[in-house]
Design a protein around this ligand. Structure first.
Ligand SMILES: [Zn+2]
Length: 78
């Protein structure tokens, strides 16, 4: 009933190879997409540049080209 003839072993080998190859392709696609996400993350962090407030020295996100932060504790001396 469970006789292993050569053709059956060859077919089994082809099936195992096909599954392994499909997995390999899937894995490669997964790595490429993960790398893309990583690169996009790098771009996001590098695009945000904080500048130093000329008055109090704190770093803040530039909003309207101002060199002073918009904190209430930072009083700009004019
Ligand atoms: Zn300030």
């Amino acid at each position: 009933m469970f006789g292993f003839s050569l053709p059956k072993l060859i077919v089994l080998g082809i099936i195992i190879f096909a599954i392994w190859y499909a997995y390999k392709i899937y894995e490669r696609k997964h790595i490429i997409s993960a790398k893309k996400d990583e690169d996009q993350g790098k771009e996001d962090t590098s695009s945000v540049d904080m500048i130093r407030c000329k008055n109090c020295g704190d770093y803040f996100l530039p909003s309207n080209g101002s060199i002073y932060c918009s904190k209430e504790t930072c009083i700009i001396e004019k």
